[in-house]
Design a protein around this ligand. Structure first.
Ligand code: ARG
Length: 584
C-alpha cells in the first residue's frame, strides 16, 4: 500500500529495480521487494538480489548482474556497481538530484505522494471529567494529534474522536458535591483549574458521610433515568471540565475542539440492546452472574479463558460494552476505513478482544481496520510512573508551566538582546515544543523517563535543536534579502559539492518519510528524519559558504537549498504539532 513520492529517488529506483526483475526473471517475480537504502558506499543500495537468489536457487552476485543488465536508470544514475554478496550500489547524477530538488521546491506539497484518501478515525486524548489530566493523557494527546495532522496533510479525511470519561457511578458523588457547593461558587470553579481537588472533596464526603453516600447513590439512579434536573447539572459539570480540557489543549497547541468530543455517555442508550444482540447471536453467555464474551485464543494463566465482560452481575456496563458500541458507531455511522486507538499499551488485550468481538458480531466489516497505537508509560527519575514528590499525580498544567519557565531561562541565556515579550513568546514555543517533541521522538510504545534537562537541550534529537536550526536558517535568509536584489533569490538549485548533494538527497526523502508515518503510524520516524536533515544542513553550512558564495549563481542555488530546508523543517515540525519560532 506504500505510495510513491514523486521526488524521492528511493521510490523511483525501487520501481525501476522491480521492472528490471520482471524483465530478467519474468512476471512471477514481479512482487520481489526492492528495498532501496541510503548507503555509505554510494547514494543508495538495493538488496533485491539476495532474497531473489534464494527463490531462484542461484548465486546472489549472478542474480544481481542479471538485474543490472536489465536495469534502466541512465537518466538517474551515474554509476552502478555490484558489491559484497550481491548488493547493487546506485550513484545518482548530480543533474538528476538537482532536477528533483527544483521540482520539490516548486511543489506546494514538497514532494508528498498523492494517495488514495481514506476516512480515518483517530481516538486520542480521552481525559476524564472532573479529573486532572496526567502525563499519560499528555502522551496520547500529543501522539494522536501528530498522527491526525500528518494523515490529514497526506490527504486523508481524519475524524477526531475525543472519548472523554463522562459517565459512570462516580458521577453520583460529583453531582451531589456540585449541588452542595453551588454551581457558580468558587469550589465549582476548581473544576476548571484544579479538578483533582474537587474530585477529592467529593470522595472524602462520600467516604465520611453515609447521608452523602446515600444521596450520591440516588443521584446515579436519577442520572441513569435521565431525570431532567440531574441531566442539566451533569451537563454543567461537563461544561466546567471542558473549559479545563480546552485550556490544556490551547497551551499544548493541540487541534482538538468541542466538536471532537464524543464521550462514553454518548453510547449509553445503545448498550442494553447491544448486549441482547450479542446474546441472541450466541456470542455472549452468562457466567457467574455476568454477561461475558469468551473468545478463542484469549486465555490467561493456566490457559483459562479471559472473558470480555459486557454486563456486570449488578446489571451495570463497563468499558467493554461502551467500546463495542463505539467501534460499531465508527464503522457504521462514521464509515471509517481505519480506526486508530491511541491508548495506553496496558489496554492492548482489552482492545484486541473488542476488535475480535465486533468482527464476530458483524459490526466491523473485513475492510475496516482497527489499530491500537500503543502508548508506553511515562516514568519519573525513579523508574516508576511519574508522580510528584508527595506521591500525588503530576498536574499537567503545572508541568507545562514549568517547561515554559525552564525554556525561558534557556532563551534568556542565548538571547539576552531580545525584549521580554519576544523572549516570553519564544520560551512558550520552546518549552511546549520540547515536551511534545520528547513524547514524539521515541517509539510511541516504549516507556520513557520524563527529563526536563534532556528535552530542553539545544543539542541532540530535541525540539529546541530543530527549532534552533530553523530559526538559524530564517536568519540567513533575512540577511540575504537585506543584502541582495530580490531577483537572485531563491534561485535554481544546482548540486556540486558533496555537502550540497547530501543535503539535497536528505530533502528529497521528505515525502517518503511522511508517507511512511501515515502507514506505520510512527511519528518518531519523522523526528529522526528531521534531526538527520538538520545535521545535513549543518554539514552543508559548515562546508559551503552561502552569503559569501563564490559567484551569484552558486549563492542563489545555496539560498534556494536553505529556503527548501527551512520549508521542510517548518512543515515537518508542523505535522508533529511543534511550532518553529521566527528567531531564537
Ligand atoms: N478515559 C480513560 C482514561 O483516562 C481512557 C479511555 C481510553 N479509551 C478510549 N476509547 N479512548 O484512562
Amino acid at each position: 500500500m506504500h505510495a510513491l513520492s514523486t521526488t524521492d529517488p528511493k521510490s523511483t529506483l525501487s520501481a525501476r529495480v522491480q521492472e528490471a526483475i520482471e524483465v530478467a526473471f519474468g512476471a512471477e517475480y514481479a512482487g520481489t521487494d526492492a528495498v532501496i537504502r541510503p548507503s555509505q558506499f554510494a547514494d543508495y543500495q538495493a538488496n533485491a538480489a539476495l532474497p531473489l537468489a534464494k527463490r531462484l536457487g542461484r548465486k546472489p552476485r549472478e542474480v544481481a548482474a542479471d538485474i543490472v543488465a536489465a536495469l534502466q536508470v541512465d537518466d538517474l544514475c551515474a554509476g552502478l556497481e555490484i558489491s559484497g554478496p550481491g548488493f547493487i550500489n546506485l550513484t545518482l547524477r548530480d543533474e538528476a538530484i538537482a532536477d528533483r530538488s527544483n521540482a520539490q521546491s516548486a511543489d506546494p506539497r514538497l514532494g508528498l505522494p498523492v494517495l488514495t484518501a481514506q476516512r480515518i478515525v483517530v481516538d486520542y486524548s480521552a481525559p476524564n471529567v472532573a479529573k486532572e489530566m496526567h502525563v499519560g493523557h499528555l502522551r496520547t494527546t500529543v501522539v494522536g494529534d501528530a498522527l491526525a495532522r500528518t494523515l490529514e496533510h497526506l490527504g486523508h479525511q481524519v475524524i477526531r474522536q475525543n472519548h472523554i470519561g463522562d459517565w459512570g457511578t462516580p458521577f453520583g458523588m460529583l453531582l451531589e458535591h456540585l449541588l452542595d457547593v453551588g454551581e457558580h461558587g468558587d469550589d465549582a470553579g476548581l473544576l476548571r483549574s484544579d479538578p483533582n481537588s474537587f474530585y477529592q472533596s467529593a470522595r472524602n464526603k462520600f467516604e465520611g458521610s453515609t447521608e452523602f453516600a446515600g444521596r450520591a447513590r440516588a443521584r446515579v439512579v436519577a442520572l441513569q433515568a435521565g431525570e431532567p434536573n440531574t441531566l442539566r447539572l451533569w451537563q454543567e459539570l461537563i461544561d466546567l471540565s471542558k473549559t479545563y480540557f480546552n485550556q490544556i489543549y490551547t497551551a499544548l497547541d493541540v487541534t482538538l475542539t468541542d466538536d471532537d468530543l464524543m464521550g462514553e455517555s454518548r453510547y449509553n442508550e445503545s448498550l442494553s440492546a447491544l448486549c441482547d444482540e450479542l446474546e441472541q447471536k450466541g456470542l455472549a453467555v452468562v457466567s457467574e452472574g455476568a454477561l461475558c464474551v469468551f473468545l478463542e485464543g484469549f486465555t490467561g494463566r493456566e490457559g483459562k479463558p479471559v472473558p470480555l465482560i459486557i454486563r456486570k452481575s449488578d446489571g451495570g456496563y463497563g468499558y467493554g460494552t461502551t467500546d463495542l458500541a463505539t467501534i460499531r458507531y465508527r464503522a457504521r455511522q462514521l464509515h471509517a476505513d481505519r480506526i486508530l486507538y491511541v491508548i495506553g499499551a496496558p489496554q492492548h488485550l482489552h482492545l484486541q478482544m473488542v476488535f475480535a468481538t465486533a468482527r464476530l458480531a458483524g459490526w466491523l466489516p473485513e475492510d475496516v481496520h482497527p489499530v491500537h497505537v500503543q502508548i508506553g508509560n511515562v516514568l519519573g527519575q525513579d523508574g516508576k510512573i511519574l508522580k510528584t514528590r508527595s506521591g500525588a499525580p503530576i498536574r499537567l498544567g503545572v508541568l507545562l508551566e514549568e517547561a515554559v519557565d525552564r525554556a525561558a531561562a534557556v532563551v534568556e541565556k542565548i538571547r539576552p538582546d531580545l525584549d521580554d515579550r519576544t523572549r516570553a513568546d519564544i520560551a512558550r514555543q520552546v518549552g511546549i515544543g520540547a515536551v511534545k517533541y520528547a513524547d514524539l521522538s521515541l517509539a510511541h510504545d516504549t516507556e520513557y523517563t520524563f527529563d526536563f534537562d534532556r528535552m530542553l537541550a539545544l543539542t541532540g534529537n530535541t525540539g529546541p535543536y530543530l527549532q534552533y536550526a530553523s530559526a538559524r536558517i530564517r536568519s540567513i535568509l533575512r540577511k540575504a534579502t537585506d543584502t541582495s536584489d530580490q531577483d537572485a533569490f531563491p534561485g535554481t538549485i544546482e548540486v556540486g559539492q558533496p555537502a550540497e548533494r547530501r543535503l539535497a538527497l536528505e530533502l528529497l526523502g521528505f515525502g517518503g518519510v511522511v508517507a511512511e508515518v501515515g502507514d506505520t503510524l510512527e511519528p518518531h520516524r519523522l523526528c529522526a528524519y528531521l534531526f538527520s536533515l538538520a545535521q545535513a544542513f549543518t554539514g552543508f553550512y559548515d562546508a559551503c559558504p552561502v552569503l559569501k558564495a563564490p559567484d551569484p549563481a552558486v549563492r542563489s542555488s545555496r539560498l534556494a537549498l536553505c529556503d527548501l530546508t527551512l520549508r521542510v523543517l517548518v512543515v515537518g515540525l508542523g505535522l508533529l504539532g511543534v511550532s518553529a519560532p521566527e528567531q531564537m
